[in-house]
Design a protein around this ligand. Structure first.
Ligand code: ZN
Length: 376
């Protein structure tokens, strides 16, 4: 199964329950039903075409409100902008993501080998989601009342494409803590794609995922906040943002693949804390540490939060040294969110509290996800 949607199922379910308007409820129900079908559908046998000469290669297709993929070709690399805004936004968002990976980390596309970035816009009618299906990006137009066009946020596009990067590298299982790490990595590099495109420093960035997605009238700023998990929205129709900011709020649930979109708030905030502590651009040192962790080959596909935290420390040590402020910032961030215990010799009461809030280990019955053949 390779289906990674940006809007989590619990949010759409809440919306369906609370929608007063029957037509909105019907549109949301249809989005949920499509997601359920798509979850079980393997990515079609679409070719992975390597760009002939390297470099950025984008193709945006128009789904014309149907569900056949990829649809009709609407804009290719180097084509001028077209009339359709969603097509241009998908073209720009996939381009910004490619450029961030190339310029910051030397990575040539999602697979590291020039994969053409394929997107389909106007998928279905009123579809309130966007997803990576293992081979391409797919964007709905939104239901029009709660969600607008899903191409509106660069970080959403960066998030979805990063599911592809993870698929080709650490291939984190989409379940429990490894799934929350998979989600968090997509938020981290999705946000970095936006920060890089806008030339924003860590201090200037909004650290929001999906800003601009909600229609006017929704009480919320985005789907998630990396800086302050749990504060992105609080709306009568959507409910309240359920993300915890540290391990004391860790949510043990079977829903949402074991809370992958919920507990991702914890590693998200750890990344934010590292970037804020180091200052400058988050896509420089903090981004390099996370990118190295993802691609080093040392991270198991079933890694939990503690494993990931330890690997980020290893990456910081390898990149910047034992006595570096970068390593100190990484350790401090994971301690702040309660994933690593306080390792200073001075005991205090806070340490005991942190250590007793350690969650149960990730479920041991996880199936290794996908085949490894395509991994780097
Ligand atoms: Zn995702």
């Amino acid at each position: 199964m390779v289906f990674h949607a940006i809007v989590p199922p619990y949010l759409l379910e809440q919306l369906e329950r609370s929608a007063g308007d029957p037509s909105l409820r019907a549109r949301i129900r249809q989005s949920l039903q499509h997601d359920a079908v798509l979850r079980t559908r393997p990515a079609a046998g679409r070719e992975r075409v390597a760009a002939a000469e390297g470099g950025r290669q984008r193709k945006v297709y128009d789904g014309e409100n149907g569900t056949d993929l990829p649809g009709t070709l609407a804009r290719s690399e180097d084509d001028d902008p077209v009339q359709d805004q969603a097509t241009n936004q998908a073209y720009d968002g996939t381009g910004a993501t490619w450029t961030m990976y190339k310029e910051c980390f030397g990575r040539d596309s999602i697979d590291g080998a020039g994969l053409v970035l394929t997107s389909t816009v106007h998928f279905d009618r009123g579809y309130a989601n966007a997803f990576w299906d293992g081979a391409q990006m797919v964007f709905g137009d939104g239901d029009g009342e709660i969600f607008g066009n899903l191409t509106a946020s660069i970080d959403i596009t960066g998030h979805e494409l990063t599911h592809g990067v993870t698929q080709y590298t650490a291939n984190l299982a989409y379940e429990g803590q490894s799934g929350a790490l998979n989600e968090s990595i997509s938020d981290v590099f999705g946000s970095l794609a936006k920060q890089h495109a806008l030339g924003e420093s860590a201090a200037d960035a909004d650290w929001l995922i999906g800003a601009g997605l909600f229609r006017p009238g929704v009480q919320g700023v985005a789907l998630r906040s990396m800086k302050a998990p749990g504060t992105a929205y609080d709306d009568p129709r959507l409910g309240k943002d359920p993300q915890p900011a540290d391990m004391s709020g860790y949510v043990d649930t079977q829903d949402d693949n074991g809370g992958v979109h919920i507990n991702s708030g914890i590693p998200n905030r750890a990344f934010y804390l590292v970037a804020a502590e180091l200052g400058g651009n988050a896509y420089d040192d903090a981004g390099k540490i996370w990118y190295s962790t993802l691609t080093s080959g040392n991270l198991s596909s079933s890694a939990g939060f503690k494993d990931f935290a330890a690997e980020t420390e290893t990456a910081a040590r390898d990149l910047f040294g034992d006595e570096s402020p970068q390593l100190a910032a990484v350790t401090k961030a994971w301690q702040t969110v309660g994933v690593l215990g306080d390792q200073t010799p001075l005991m205090n009461a806070a340490q005991t509290n942190l250590e007793t809030s350690t969650p149960p280990a990730a479920p041991s019955d996880q199936q290794p996800s996908e085949q490894q053949a395509s991994a780097e």
